[in-house]
Design a protein around this ligand. Structure first.
Ligand code: ZN
Length: 868
């Protein structure tokens, strides 16, 4: 064996234009695992077949393993016939036996891996004593040598031998039993061909929460959620969400489950939320386990959404997968869109939509406006794990939402039927996806396709004119340059609209117009000057720039039939006040307070909606607005502005807020349904405001009488973030009660990490030193990442201490877990928004990270792009 290249490759970039179909396909994959914590042996037997003609090297991906032996058709492959690269193993075409070149062959290799030392949590690793896997995107190559690419799909048979009582893999169980020395075995067969990234294995001391589901065609499916002993009683909600998801996918998309068994496993150490491995989803335990005492309403909603998301992947991801990783949005954008539709159907659709848009703006617009901006379908990457982003996921979902709006709901369904029909069992591209829509509707989508390749958020400016019965709406669009993409073209932007009259009544017809040029005017005959409601339900992921009078804004806020735009009007009002205050001018308009009071006390409105209206904009949202207008962001000034607004609002409305709290009180035992969650969210939004004027009295009372985590945590946060006298006491009580429940303690860490009260950094430092298992991604995110991303005042402290502290942790984490470290480093992506002094301090830290010996590919790519 000799190294492939003596020198490291100068360019580590993978490019979409370089895609080539695989030379070899795998029809069957047999895996044999002999599990040992430090030396697990994996025997892989692949039935390999030539794809194409002529001689071709047999190249397999693989690294971080020891190759013990390799054979072709049972004959050992001599060492000199194999070239072992840093991340590959190649048998040259010339070294393959004559017969193999045409008809294929059987490849067998034995590798040894060390799951106990795998802190990157990719491949096979250990979490709290159990074995588990994460193979997406390229983790399978740390288990055995393999063509680890999604366009190679094989049927898998897996045999596991180990000490653990429970041994799981994909598909159906075909045999299991006891072996010598207390060891056991289990054999699993998955009838559906799949790419290696969907492989999963779990082994441990687990117990299951069981149920069943009968599919629409009458097939019985066993459902199992596996957790650690003691957690069984926290699975009921996830199980219920799973059954509702299965039913919903049958009813709304006509998709039925396709195995006799569906399993979910909760693990404590996990880089992301969850993973859709075929028939064996693996979840971060945070998104499975819930009980009223330990989970908040928001946790319940997230669990429901993620259970649905991973289940929906069975069709959009597993049965139809991606040809290559550039097509990631093919499965993720579509599956996020599907889980959003599901949540909207289960809960209040407008409330879900508002929450989704708020997340999109906070994460994706932020990404799209900075150094990490990339198209929904990227064209180049160094490390694909860096592209599991808000752009691929959330903007990807928005593109599908726009498509559905443009073609209409029934054509959308017809196109999806065609997609499943035509591409079942295939690995597809965005071109395949769009062609299905073109074929099903007869439309030309070549212009729409630009959304997939052009990065950046378009800005649409609105001009309005009314003259002698004719209302003219002029929309103009512009997208600013993004890294590597200077020239931008006009996009296809759907705008759902309606008109209101001066009394807030409907005027004329609602409709949909499509902006597809740089500038366009649209004319409407209307009997009076309308108050236009534009981009209803956020009909396109765009930034709308519009000058609107306070009076018109009040009409939209009070009367628009589109709840999204009612909320949007309130948000625009608050944002403009906050922006001016932060800039040292402006005042708190009493009309804002009056309009808020009217909305939040309007009993015809859903309490959850009213809570959203009552919530003030976030620091980062205001920072984004200021930066977009070319201003320099001062985090202290923004925070001060928000404080002033909250205080003035609370002073003016304290009696109303107290009344609201009384009215919203939920009686009876806790239930996580959307209705009661909405009441709690309004009550707790009022509580947070009241804490600005009552010294924490109401929050202390609420904390001591809370019988559920939602109310308890809301009260704790109100006290801590205001630095109220009762804060320390409450923190101690909370810790004493929950110290052995690490998922709950994550909330306790996060409340402190995100506190704008003075001394947060010292507190975070102290917490990081005591009994803090930082290698666990949930812990790291709750303390270190939460401080950087959720504590603008502490993180941006003028002396740079916050930056230094954060960079130290990124460097430490990069050695253990590059994926989580690189993702967290995104907190620095907005660094050019701040003043020169802060930029210089951040640059020093970014350069220090870059200079770290042995920096990972993940971190090198992210920090390199941020610095560029
Ligand atoms: Zn997904």
């Amino acid at each position: 064996m000799r190294p492939e290249d003596a020198a490291p490759r100068a360019d580590q970039t993978t490019r979409l234009v370089d895609y080539r179909a695989p030379d070899w396909l795998v029809e069957e994959t047999r895996l044999n695992f002999d599990l040992q914590p430090t030396a697990t042996r994996v025997t892989a037997t692949l039935k390999v077949k030539r794809n194409g003609t002529g001689p071709a090297d047999f190249r397999l991906d693989g690294h971080s393993m020891r190759l013990l032996s390799a054979a072709i058709d049972g004959r050992p492959v001599p060492a000199e016939a194999m070239i072992e690269g840093e991340e590959s193993l190649t048998v040259s075409a010339a070294a393959l036996p004559e017969s193999a070149r045409e008809s294929g062959f059987e490849w067998t290799c034995v590798t040894e891996i060390d799951p106990s030392a795998n802190t990157a949590l990719e491949g096979l690793y250990m979490s709290s004593g159990m074995y588990c896997t994460q193979c997406e995107a390229e983790g399978f190559r740390k288990i055995t040598f393999y063509p680890d690419r999604p366009d190679v799909m094989a049927r898998f048979e897996v045999r596991i031998e180990g000490d653990a009582p429970v041994l799981l893999s994909n598909g159906n169980l075909v045999a299991s039993g006891a072996l010598r020395d207390g060891r056991r075995f289990a054999e699993w067969r998955d009838p559906w061909p799949k790419p290696s990234y969907l492989f999963a294995l779990v082994a441990g001391d687990l117990v299951s929460h069981d149920d069943r589901f009968t599919t629409q065609s009458g097939r019985e499916v066993a459902l199992r959620i596996w957790v650690r002993p003691g957690d069984e009683d926290r699975c009921a909600y996830a199980m219920d969400a799973l059954k509702r998801s299965m039913k919903w996918d049958e009813e709304v998309y006509g998709r039925e489950y396709d195995l006799d068994l569906f399993q979910i496993v909760a693990v404590d150490d996990f880089n992301m939320g969850a993973m859709e491995n075929k028939g064996l989803n693996i979840f971060n335990s945070k998104y499975v386990l819930a009980s009223p005492e330990t989970a908040t309403d928001a946790d319940y909603a997230r669990i429901e959404a993620i259970i649905a998301h991973e289940y929906f992947h069975n069709w959009t991801g597993d049965r139809i997968t991606c040809r290559d990783w550039f097509q990631l949005c093919l499965k993720e954008g579509l599956t996020v869109f599907r889980d959003q539709q599901f949540s909207a159907d289960q809960r209040s659709a407008p409330v879900c939509r508002i929450a989704d848009v708020a997340t999109l703006r906070a994460r994706q617009f932020r990404e799209d406006s900075g150094p990490l901006a990339h198209p929904v379908r990227p064209e180049a990457y160094v490390e694909i794990n860096n592209f599991y982003t808000a752009t691929v996921y959330e903007k990807g979902a928005e593109l599908i939402r726009m498509l559905r709006l443009l073609v209409g709901a029934s054509s959308y369904r017809a196109a999806l039927d065609l997609y499943f029909d035509r591409h079942d069992g295939e690995a597809c591209t965005i071109e395949d996806w769009l062609r299905v829509f073109e074929d099903a509707t007869g439309r030309d989508l070549s212009h729409f396709a630009l959304w997939y390749s052009q990065a950046g958020t378009p800005r649409v400016s609105v001009k309005e004119d009314y003259d002698q019965g004719v209302y003219t709406l002029t929309l103009a669009q512009e997208t600013k340059p993004t890294p590597g993409q200077r020239e931008k073209r006009p996009l296809v932007i759907p705008c759902a609209y309606g008109f209101l009259d001066a009394d807030g009544r409907n005027l004329g017809e609602d409709g949909l117009l499509v902006l597809d040029k740089a500038e366009q005017s649209f004319r409407f005959d209307l009997p009076e000057r309308p108050v236009a409601s534009l981009f209803r339900n956020f009909s396109a992921p765009a930034i709308v720039e519009r000058r609107i009078s306070p009076a018109d804004r009040a009409i939209l806020m009070g009367h628009d039939t589109d709840p999204f735009n009612r909320w949007e009007a309130a948000r625009a009002f608050a944002l403009s006040i906050a922006g001016e205050l932060a800039d040292g001018g402006g005042r708190i308009d009493p009309d804002w307070i009056a309009a808020l009071r009217t909305t939040v006390t309007d009993e015809s409105l859903d309490p959850a909606f009213r809570a959203l209206v009552l919530a003030l904009p976030g620091d980062d949202e205001i920072a984004g607005e200021i930066a977009a207008k070319g201003g320099v962001v001062d985090p202290d000034a923004i925070h001060h502005a928000l404080d002033q607004m909250a205080e003035t609002l609370a002073e003016a409305t304290a009696p109303t807020l107290r009344e609201l709290r009384a009215k919203m009180a939920v009686t009876g035992p806790y239930a996580p349904d959307a209705e009661s969650a909405g009441r709690r969210s309004l009550a707790n939004a009022a509580l947070a405001l009241l804490t600005h004027v009552d010294g924490g009295e109401a929050a202390e009372a609420a904390f001591s009488k809370a019988d559920n985590m939602t109310d308890s945590l809301a009260a704790l946060r109100a006290l801590v973030h205001r630095g109220a006298p009762g804060a320390e006491r409450a923190l101690m009580d909370f810790r004493d009660r929950w110290r052995s429940d690490l998922l709950v303690m994550d909330k306790w860490l996060m409340v402190q990490a995100t506190s704008p009260a003075p001394g947060a950094l010292d507190r975070v430092k102290a917490l990081a030193e005591t009994d803090f298992n930082w290698r666990n991604p949930n812990r790291f995110r709750s303390l270190i990442a939460a401080f950087a991303a959720g504590n603008p005042v502490g993180f941006h402290a003028a002396d740079g201490a916050g930056y230094r502290f954060f960079a130290d942790w990124l460097i430490a984490m990069d050695d253990a877990n590059p994926q989580t470290a690189a993702r967290t480093a995104g907190a620095f992506e907005t660094w050019r928004r701040y003043g020169e002094r802060r930029q210089a301090l951040i640059r020093t830290e970014l350069e220090r990270i870059m200079a770290k010996p042995g920096i990972s590919k993940d971190m090198g790519e992210i920090v390199g792009r941020i610095l560029e």
